[in-house]
Write a protein that binds this ligand. Structure first.
Ligand SMILES: Cc1ncc(COP(=O)(O)O)c(C=O)c1O
Length: 435
């Protein structure tokens, strides 16, 4: 099963963006991350159009860059008219260095440091999404200090709210008080206290509220219930004039054949209907909507290519296929058993006749990419493709075992550009200090 329209099988070979995966592996070596530019842009446009069509364009799509952050992806987001969400000084710095419009940046995080907030204020980040009262106080002190020194900053902020909807699984639950490290709870009145506190300060412009209920969600209902709770919160705080509603990301993508992603349009239609309904019932204006898709913009448009090393058949136990990467470039199976679709890129048209376990090269027994997966009969030297690795792979990669991180290339209808170079051993030792 192919997980994206960017992928095709021609003459027994896997192509991405009309580029041969064997050629990519030969020219750029493996492991290699490959992204299809056209696919990414199509996803961006589908989200932008869904807001145009269902909500008169009164909204913004902010790409959640924790899914994959680098110059090239910020450039694409900028060209497609998206904003971005960043969660660290590093992501913010990357965006700033590539001249991403700062007014379209949302800065998240449950424990932003003073240095990060200073950087955000210095760069004039559009919106800081405040998570807790300690952060709120720290931010006020920073801005008041800057304003005493002649600046005239009125910082746009949102408050991160826990709406009491938990959608981390395929089902969802409404709980009284969800156990989450992020944000202010509605039930305990914490959220209302935060609104009242923020309103006391002239240096802040409290524009709205934010929430994010989970990831890899296939059901519209939890989003609709959340939108209703958030709209009622806005209506319950008329003095605050909350005019923007950020509903986060979390839309599921196809990793395996039984994953059935929601059409973006369906999602937006249902959300927009609910928001307009509550606005009418409670007699408040419709807020501007912000959504923050990460995985669903980038996830299916990326694959990882590996070279098969050893094949170890343990009779009556299992067959291990070892590849030249693993948990250092994709920790998601080791972390939480995330499942993927595997394919022998140079035998892609052949039937999957074997059941194998894909082992990485890192020095951990748990360094696996998948267990009991169906695969073509592969031999050492073959190229293994893992599909839908575009999100939370490169961004979660590490240098465990001092193995350099792979390169990243962007393909587009037959063309190839390297967007992140492969790390070298020199990169690995570059911060070491000799005693
Ligand atoms: C605040 C926030 N927004 C957006 C996202 C993006 O989620 P996804 O990649 O599932 O769309 C996340 C993911 O953790 C998040 O925490």
């Amino acid at each position: 099963m192919l997980t994206s329209n960017s992928l095709k099988i021609v003459d027994n070979e896997l192509l991405i963006g009309n580029v041969s995966t064997s050629e990519l592996a030969k020219n750029f070596k493996t492991p290699l991350y490959v992204f299809d530019e056209e696919g990414i842009r199509k996803n961006c446009r589908a989200y932008v159009n869904s807001i145009k069509e269902n909500y008169d364009g009164n909204g913004l799509v902010a790409y959640a860059s924790k899914a994959f952050s680098c110059f090239a992806i910020y450039q694409i987001a900028k060209e497609e008219g998206l904003g971005i969400d960043v969660v660290s000084g590093g992501e913010l710095y990357t965006a700033h260095r590539i001249n991403f419009p700062m007014d379209k940046v949302f800065f998240h995080g449950n424990n932003k440091t003073k240095e990060e907030l200073e950087l955000a204020v210095k760069y004039r980040v559009g919106t800081i999404v405040v998570d807790n009262l300690t952060e709120l106080k720290m931010l006020i002190r920073l801005i008041e200090k800057a304003n005493k020194n002649g600046e005239k900053i009125k910082q746009r902020i949102m408050l991160r709210i826990k709406p009491g909807v938990d959608a981390h699984t395929h089902n969802f639950i409404r709980t009284g008080q969800i156990d989450s490290k992020f944000g202010f709870a509605v039930e305990t009145n914490e959220a209302t206290e935060a609104v009242n506190e923020a309103l006391k300060y002239d240096c802040l412009d409290l524009v709205g509220i934010h929430c994010h209920i989970g990831s890899q969600i296939f059901d519209c209902n939890p989003f609709v219930v959340t939108a209703e709770i958030m709209m009622n919160f806005i209506a319950d705080h008329p003095k605050a004039n909350l005019r923007e509603l950020n509903l986060g990301g979390g839309f599921g993508i196809k990793y395996k054949s039984d994953d059935k992603p929601i059409e973006y349009d369906q999602y937006m239609k249902k959300i927009a209907t609910k928001i307009k309904e509550v606005a009418h019932e409670r007699n408040i204006p419709c807020p501007k909507i912000i959504i923050e898709p990460g995985r669903s913009i980038i996830g299916s448009e990326g694959i990882t290519l590996y070279t098969v090393g050893s094949k170890k058949v343990i009779p009556n136990v299992r067959t291990y296929i070892a590849v030249d990467g693993g948990m250092g470039d994709n920790p998601r199976y080791a972390l939480y058993g995330a499942e993927y679709e595997f394919l022998c890129a140079n035998k892609a048209g052949e039937p999957k006749t074997e059941t194998v376990t894909i082992a990485g090269r890192y020095c951990e027994s748990g360094d696996l990419l998948g267990e009991n997966v169906k695969l073509q009969n592969v031999e050492p030297g073959d190229i293994l493709a893992v599909l839908s690795t575009g999100a939370y792979n490169y961004s979660m990669a590490s240098n465990y075992n001092r193995i350099p991180r792979p390169a990243v290339v962007l393909v587009n209808n037959g063309t190839v550009k390297e967007i992140i170079e492969r790390e070298t051993y020199e990169d690995i030792i570059s911060k070491d200090v000799i005693l």
